[in-house]
Design a protein around this ligand. Structure first.
Ligand code: HEC
Length: 152
């Protein structure tokens, strides 16, 4: 009995691991990859938008709320990139230029933005440092959007 349970548990673990690995490496459909990255970008953008609002005085600065949004933006900011898979750059994606042919450039811009997002939680506890880091992070978003995001 005990051995059987162990074998079953092991099988379940192996199976679970296999499923995780597969779903991490690919999406069933191109639209799933687009939806995945747009969803993550929307969540990240929502929280980054709150920080930007506080930085320019449109939203009252609140250190606890700023730190919460900074943590979410930084964490979720690591997620969209997995969804930028080959042959997923036509409509309904809102992509400009040719990401597929410029993956190395795209990845460099992505990593720069991730590094800036990761600095937000440390900066959010003080309005002056938040302003500076919102500026640096927003610049990293813009560097990629100017080249690769279709805005109309
Ligand atoms: C490496 C490139 C890159 C970086 C860096 C980047 N974005 Fe984007 N972003 C894109 C592209 C490309 C799209 C369009 C994606 C699509 O439609 O498939 C996009 C779309 C979006 C969207 C719209 C999502 C939707 O539902 O259509 C938001 C919001 C957004 N980005 C916010 C941000 C913010 C905030 C940052 C910086 C913290 C950022 N992005 C950094 C490339 C980037």
């Amino acid at each position: 009995m005990k051995i059987q349970t162990t074998v079953l548990t092991t099988l379940a673990l192996v199976a679970g691991l296999a499923v995780t690995t597969v779903s991490f490496a690919q999406f069933a459909k191109t639209e799933d990859a687009i939806k995945y990255r747009q969803s993550a970008l929307t969540v990240m953008g929502t929280h980054f938008g709150r920080l930007a609002g506080m930085a320019r005085g449109a939203i009252p600065y609140d250190a606890a709320k700023a730190q919460e949004s900074a943590r979410i933006a930084a964490t979720v900011g690591h997620l969209p990139w997995e969804g930028f898979v080959a042959n997923s750059f036509a409509a309904p994606a809102k992509v400009k230029g040719d990401i597929g042919a410029n993956m190395a450039d795209f990845k460099a811009l992505q990593e720069k933005a991730e590094a800036e997002l990761d600095k937000l939680p440390g900066a959010a506890g003080n309005l002056d440092s938040l302003k500076a880091q919102v500026g640096a992070t927003g610049g990293a978003c813009k560097n990629c959007h100017d080249k690769y995001r279709q805005t109309n």
